[in-house]
Design a binder for this molecule. Structure first.
Ligand code: DAH
Length: 329
């Protein structure tokens, strides 16, 4: 009974394979005879209810039939593929005299180019490059950085809140906490990325870029900070710019400073906030402030870009005006 059935299946499959006219027909035939819903598959699945001897006999026969069907399918597939290619060659025309379509190659956006330039300097000094999330917890963006609960930067007028606890980060300084929480000193990292504030005019955009930097080790001093950042400007600018460092205030550094650059219109432009990491920040990330000291800095990328390329309205950087962008090869 089994034998008859199986041979009949093979014959039937052979006939259908011979008569098939396309690769898609052939796929249907394949699943019909050896696919998961086929008669053969059902026999294979029920083999374990047979006695050991019968199992071997029926198993062999089924395998034989399956193998032969597969062979027939493969052979027919080759023939049909060849036929389909030939048909294509004869029916589809290619007009080789048509002009090609040129794919324009884009240019690197000036912001990315500046980020790259900054990264290169710090990378060569042995800094690692890390990234943090743009949707941030209130804790990382404010609390852990020692920013008081009533600080104006926390209010809805200045910050994009997503809910009670989450916001679009207003500064890359939050990466300090994320990294320090899980890394043991010595630490030397920079972290580039987008930050968000509700500001929009010639010199402010609601989305802009910063690069945060942190160095923590034994005996790190303010003069190390000053040296690294002043050398950075020597490297960064091709033209001569006047630089000044002046005292400032940030809740997460003590002492704090800012670095300004004198632009073409004789106006001082603030480009970096920096300072020695506050002992409260060290406490929040459980690093021993008696053993280690460190400095941090935040570089404003748009400001550097404007100075570097002599741009006076920052909004042009985000307009995607191709004629403007093409200038930056
Ligand atoms: N996060 C500050 C800002 O957005 C910039 C800054 C100041 C970063 C001092 C620092 C720092 O790491 O030490 O204005």
């Amino acid at each position: 009974m089994e034998k008859l059935n199986l041979l009949r299946i093979l014959k039937k499959a052979e006939l259908e394979i011979q008569n098939s006219n396309s690769l898609s027909d052939l796929n249907i035939i394949k699943s019909k005879f050896i696919g998961k819903k086929s008669y053969l598959f059902r026999i294979i699945s029920s083999l374990n209810i047979l006695s050991k001897d019968n199992k071997i006999i029926v198993g062999k026969k089924v395998n034989f039939i399956k193998k032969n069907i597969k062979k027939l399918l493969d052979k027919r597939k080759k023939t049909l593929s060849r036929l389909e290619i030939n048909k294509k060659i004869h029916t589809e025309d290619i007009d080789i005299s048509l002009p090609g379509c040129r794919k324009g190659i884009g240019t690197i956006h000036p912001i990315n180019s500046i980020i790259h330039r900054v990264k290169k300097y710090f990378f060569n000094l042995g800094f690692s490059i890390v990234y943090g999330p743009e949707i941030e917890d209130e804790y990382y963006n404010f609390d852990a950085l020692n920013i008081p609960k009533n600080h104006p930067s926390r209010n809805k007028k200045d910050t994009f809140w997503i809910n009670e606890k989450k916001l679009l980060r207003t500064q890359t300084s939050c990466v300090q906490i994320r990294i320090l929480e899980k890394t043991k000193p010595p630490i030397r990292i920079i972290s580039p990325g987008c930050v968000y504030r509700k500001d929009f005019d010639k010199t402010h955009s609601p989305m802009f870029h910063q690069i945060e930097g942190i160095v923590i080790d034994k005996n790190v001093s303010f003069s190390n900070l000053k040296h690294i950042l002043f050398k950075f400007f020597d490297y960064f600018f091709i033209e001569e710019f006047k630089i000044r460092m002046r005292p400032s205030y940030f809740p997460f550094t003590k002492i704090s400073a800012e670095i300004d650059i004198l632009d073409k219109n004789k106006k001082w432009i603030e480009v970096i906030g920096c300072g020695m990491i506050h002992r409260k920040v060290f406490k929040n990330v459980q690093i021993d402030n008696n053993l280690y000291s460190g400095f941090a800095f935040g570089i404003g990328i748009e400001r550097l870009t404007m100075l570097f390329y002599n741009i006076d309205d920052l909004r042009i950087l985000f307009k995607n005006n191709v004629r403007f962008l093409r200038q930056f090869k």
